[in-house]
Design a protein around this ligand. Structure first.
Ligand code: HEC
Length: 192
């Protein structure tokens, strides 16, 4: 009986797409184009049990949007993994601009939607990124992409009201602020 209950609990967790994340995952993630559930186990073991990623799975919100000490690493990751196709400041190149209020896939104006596109890819050259950057690093890249946003605050759905009140559009050229090592989450420190 006990075994059977365990099995049922396991099946329920699997059916909800919780996988290895147990009961923590409160949001469900889907491929941006096909709508198929994303399998977080496609990613390696790195960057999956960080505070930020756990919080993201509970809330669908990217905690790094409020962590300026993670921007520098997010910028470096963006420059090595994304800017070749999306442009230096996400202005668009062979891939579309990510710094304005137009989205091919409108859900990308939420943290959940943006994560889904980065993790699972979209079409053509926009392949899934889970083999190249870990889930926590995806959140770091996302906060840098949001930092690069240059259009109106009214379309910045990822911001809450307090953040909207303090919003300043990106100035078009400056780099991320220098992080304070004492306050930088471990996951946002550059990997050797
Ligand atoms: C090899 C080139 C290439 C790389 C590398 C690449 N992208 Fe893309 N990306 C594209 C293309 C092309 C599209 C358009 C795909 C589509 O419309 O389905 C796209 C689409 C997107 C979209 C959807 C935009 C919208 O308007 O809805 C997002 C978000 C995105 N990419 C983010 C990223 C991030 C973040 C990275 C780095 C982790 C990255 N991409 C790396 C080529 C690339």
């Amino acid at each position: 009986m006990i075994k059977r209950n365990l099995l049922m609990a396991g099946l329920a967790a699997a059916a909800l797409g919780f996988g290895a994340f147990g009961a923590q995952a409160a949001i469900e993630l889907h491929n941006t184009v096909t709508g198929e559930p994303l399998n977080l186990d496609d990613a390696g073991p790195e960057g999956r049990d960080t505070e930020a990623f756990k919080q993201f799975l509970e809330t669908g919100k990217n905690p790094y949007n409020k962590e300026p000490n993670c921007l520098a690493n997010g910028e470096q990751l963006f420059l090595s993994m994304c800017s070749g196709c999306h442009g230096h400041v996400a202005e668009g190149k062979i891939g579309p601009g990510l710094n304005d209020n137009y989205w091919t896939y409108p859900d990308n104006n939420t943290d959940k939607g943006l994560f889904e596109t980065i993790f699972g890819g979209a079409s053509g050259q926009m392949g899934p990124m889970y083999g190249a950057v870990n889930p926590d690093q995806m959140l770091q890249i996302m906060s840098w992409v949001r930092h690069l946003y240059k259009d109106g605050v009214e379309d910045a759905n990822w911001l809450d009201d307090a953040d909207k009140a303090n919003f300043k559009p990106y100035d078009g050229h400056s780099h991320a602020p220098k992080p304070d090592p004492a306050k930088t989450p471990e996951a946002c420190k550059p990997s050797e």
